[in-house]
Ligand binder design. Structure first.
Ligand SMILES: *Cc1c(COP(=O)(O)O)cnc(C)c1O
Ligand code: SF4
Length: 350
């Protein structure tokens, strides 16, 4: 009775009572375009009594996904423009993305790579492509950091991850290995001793960037999984997306950031949602985002402050887009605002 199975289709969603019969046909259309998956952990987290549940909103498909707006694009952050070999995105000189796998344990409805991930997506790199990717990294001594993303690299087996980190360990100029993942939250038992050992590249520093968007995702199981990672010597940072109807509220965002810090995860990035197709129902105005982010400054500890980030469409990279507290004034001095909104000149006038 209490067995919860992974959800991978509209039928599964209907059987679990998560979508209404009325929407099934339209949702099949959504499913034909964008992959669906919920882990049992996520399914159990959904509050079925709340029609606007922020967990359901992130993972249960919505007919609004069929609406594409003119500014949306299949490759919103311009991965293709900077891909020298399959699986590598080299936009900044000192670091590359290594996209070994385009599969995730859950499919976020707002995903910026939704056209590339999923069963119909780009799949897993073939051994020859993997070798070419490692050759590319080896032959570029300016690459200091390798960021495994995708897809979610932690869907790979410990054996496959171990092979990858061994290859990276053998490249002298690579000093950092970073994994971007949702697994500690959506499938905490997967974070076991074998996986943790596999994530550590010998002689390198390993960072884990955890993607979570709502404080309820940081259950005691999820926090325990993160504690196993941190206790093993991995450094954790957070990554969230500012999403309408999920966390576009200063109190919710504050609780999320506090939950990260309590879990020894340093808040890193809060992304403005990308222009991925069929995601306009998640996007809010930049000014609204700036207001919410600014209000965190006085509300919670400095440790809890993420940087508000926009990935510039077309492949131009990331920019910090929070309101600036300081402006140059006409007399060549500065005007700086405090966290309550008070204005002060710098240097002080007397
Ligand atoms: C986001 C991104 C990175 C990582 O950027 P950081 O600011 O170091 O977190 C690296 N390469 C590409 C192509 C990216 O899109
Ligand atoms: S886990 Fe990341 S790559 Fe996978 S669906 Fe969610 S946002 Fe996209």
């Amino acid at each position: 009775m209490n067995i919860v199975r992974p959800i991978k289709s509209v039928d599964d969603l209907a059987n679990a009572g998560l979508v209404s019969d009325r929407d099934r046909q339209a949702l099949e259309e959504v499913a034909a375009r964008y992959a669906i998956a919920l882990t049992p952990t996520v399914t159990k987290l959904i509050d079925r009594t709340d029609a606007a549940d922020p967990i359901a909103r992130q993972f249960v498909p919505d007919i609004a996904e069929l609406i594409a707006t003119p500014e949306e694009r299949a490759d919103p952050i311009g991965d293709h423009a900077h891909s020298p070999v399959e699986g590598i995105v080299h936009r900044y000189p000192d670091r590359v993305l290594l996209k070994a796998v385009h599969v995730c344990p859950v499919y976020c409805r707002f995903c910026f790579r939704r056209e590339m991930v999923g069963p119909q997506g780009l799949g897993t790199l073939e051994p020859a492509a993997m070798k070419a990717a490692f050759d590319y990294i080896s032959s570029h001594p300016e690459i200091w950091e390798v960021i495994l993303t995708g897809g979610d690299p932690l869907v790979l087996s410990s054996r496959r991850l171990d092979e990858i980190t061994r290859e990276l360990a053998a490249i002298d100029h690579v000093k950092l290995v970073r994994f971007h993942t949702r697994v500690p939250v959506v499938d905490p038992p997967k974070i076991d001793a074998a996986l943790i050992a596999a994530l550590k590249a010998s002689g390198k520093t390993t960072y884990i960037a955890l993607h979570a968007n709502h404080p309820r995702e940081l259950t005691s199981e999820a926090r325990a999984a993160c504690a196993r990672l941190v206790d093993a010597g991995l450094v954790m940072i957070s990554q969230s997306v500012l999403l309408k109807g999920v966390n576009d509220d200063a109190a919710v965002l504050a609780d999320l950031m506090k939950a990260f810090v309590e879990t020894r995860i340093k808040p890193y990035y809060l992304h403005h949602p990308d222009l991925a197709p069929g995601t306009s129902h998640f996007r809010l105005a930049i000014e609204e985002g700036q207001k919410i982010v600014s209000s965190l400054r006085g509300r919670i500890s400095g440790l809890c402050q993420p940087a508000y980030i926009l990935d510039i469409p077309g492949g131009y990279g990331k920019a910090v887009i929070g309101e600036s507290a300081i402006r140059k004034s006409a007399d060549g001095c500065f005007s700086v605002s405090d966290y309550r909104g008070g204005e002060h000149s710098y240097p002080p006038s007397e």
